[in-house]
Structure formats: C-alpha cells, structure tokens
Design a protein around this ligand. Structure first.
Ligand SMILES: Nc1ncnc2c1ncn2[C@@H]1O[C@H](COP(=O)(O)OP(=O)(O)OP(=O)(O)O)[C@@H](O)[C@H]1O
Ligand SMILES: [Mg+2]
Length: 231
C-alpha cells in the first residue's frame, strides 16, 4: 500500500504542495481532485519519483521510497501514466508497449494477454504508429503500456482529459476491472465529479497545494466537492 505523509514540494522558491497526506490501498481506487494548477500532477510526480520532496515522505509497501529514482520505483511495481499520455508518436503500438519491458527482468518480457483483453483496439492497431491513434486510443495505449510492467500501484493522471464519452466509459470499466482483481492499488487524478464519485474508495480534494477535503468515497458530499472542482 501507498502512504504519502506530510509532503512539501517546491519549484524553486514557490511551494507547490503543503503538508499533503494521502493513501492508496490494493484493490481500491484513491482519487485526487481539484481545479487546474492546484498541484495534482506535482503530487503524482512526487510519488513516481520525478519530483523531489523537500520534507515528509512517500512510503510504498512499508519502505520509504522518497529518495529513489523513477526507475527504481518502477522496479518496485509503480507505474505512472502521465497527464497527456506521452505515447511515442513515431513508434508503433507494439513498440510503445515494449518500452514497458525496460523495468522487467528478461524472463518477464512479454505482453500479457490481458492488455489486449482490456483494450481490444490495441491488437487491431499493433502496427500503427502511436501518433496516428485518436486521443482515446492513445490513452488506452498509455494504460496498456503501464500494465505491461505488471504494476502493483497504477498512477493515472487525468485519463479522461480531452477524450470522447464512449472511450471514457471504456476506461472507467477497465479501472473498475483492475481494482476488482484486488492485487493493484490505483491512484487516480480526475476532474470529472461523476467519474471520480463512481470509482473513488477514498479521495483527496486539493486547492493551491493544500488539502481541503478528504475521506471515504462513500462519504463524499457532492456540494462540498463541487466547490473545489471545475467539472
Ligand atoms: N516544472 C515546474 N516549474 C515551476 N512551476 C511548476 C512546474 N510544474 C508545475 N508548476 C506549477 O505548480 C502548480 C501546480 O501544477 P500542477 O501541474 O501540479 O497542477 P495540476 O493540479 O496538475 O493542474 P492541471 O489540472 O492543469 O493538470 C501550478 O501553479 C504550476 O504552474
Ligand atoms: Mg495536472
């Protein structure tokens, strides 16, 4: 399980996160909400190791990973699907999926069938270039690439941003399926209230780098949360 304890993050002199604490458990979805620029991505980057933490700590499966490099966290089962997806546009779908192999031991370097079961469109498009896929297909590819590493913590930063409603439903279904398997913690950034409410087991709402609300998904009060989100 993931535990974020009282972390402070700075960009130069400006403080992006103030004493943020949150947790994500296996078989559960932990959801981070808040308007543009409040620090959601900064928090994900701090967990993935792409952003240094000034104070406080990030603990994963009982270990303080705060000082570990991103690839060391990836080897410990943490996969990060960044906002905007970062699919390699010149590589084919298959080549994009294979970039996930880097963190695996040699014997584990194959693409699990489940990637194609969850996202059948990827099998049909294996030879297409990433850049030729629609936004929604690229998002599915980015999640598929993360699953190739067989993560125990899957970080999804606004997977529905700029994506057509039919694919949003597909992505929601896949997140629920992965959660229900029970072996993976999912840390999700989301701005759409309904999407977050349907999936969140626990949640954190941020404003200007600080926590303003948190609790169990089941106790989420729509009117309170909506004060701090855009959609
Ligand atoms: N590399 C950086 N250098 C300096 N400031 C940054 C950097 N990245 C982000 N910031 C600032 O830190 C704050 C938080 O940004 P962050 O990207 O974490 O917000 P966010 O909640 O993910 O926003 P969005 O909803 O638009 O994705 C913003 O004020 C942003 O301008
Ligand atoms: Mg962001």
């Amino acid at each position: 399980m993931l535990e974020i304890r009282d972390i402070d993050v700075f960009y130069g002199a400006s403080q992006a996160l103030r004493k943020i604490s949150f947790s994500a458990d296996k078989g559960r979805v932990a959801c981070v909400m808040g308007r543009n620029g409040v620090g959601k991505t900064t928090l994900m980057r701090a967990v993935a190791g792409q952003q240094a933490v000034r104070s406080g700590g990030v603990f994963w499966e009982g270990e303080n990973i705060s000082k570990l490099a991103p690839h060391e966290r990836a080897r410990r089962g943490i996969a990060y699907v960044p906002q905007g997806r970062d699919v390699f546009s010149q590589l084919t779908v298959l080549e994009n999926l294979k970039t996930g192999f880097a963190v695996l031991p040699r014997a584990g370097r194959h693409i699990p069938d489940e990637v194609f079961e969850l996202f059948p469109v990827l099998r049909q498009m294996l030879k297409r270039r990433g850049g030729d896929l629609s936004g929604g297909q690229q998002q599915q590819l980015a999640i598929g690439r993360a699953l190739v590493t067989r993560p125990r913590l899957l970080i999804l930063d606004e997977p529905t941003e700029g994506i057509q409603p039919s694919i949003i439903k597909d992505i929601q279904r896949v997140i629920a399926l992965l959660r229900d398997r029970g072996d993976m913690a999912i840390l999700l950034v989301e701005q759409y209230f309904e999407f977050a409410r349907d999936l969140a087991d626990n949640y954190l709402v941020m404003d200007r780098g600080e926590e303003v609300l948190s609790g169990l998904g089941a106790d989420m009060v729509e009117a309170e949360v909506r004060r701090y989100i855009a959609v």
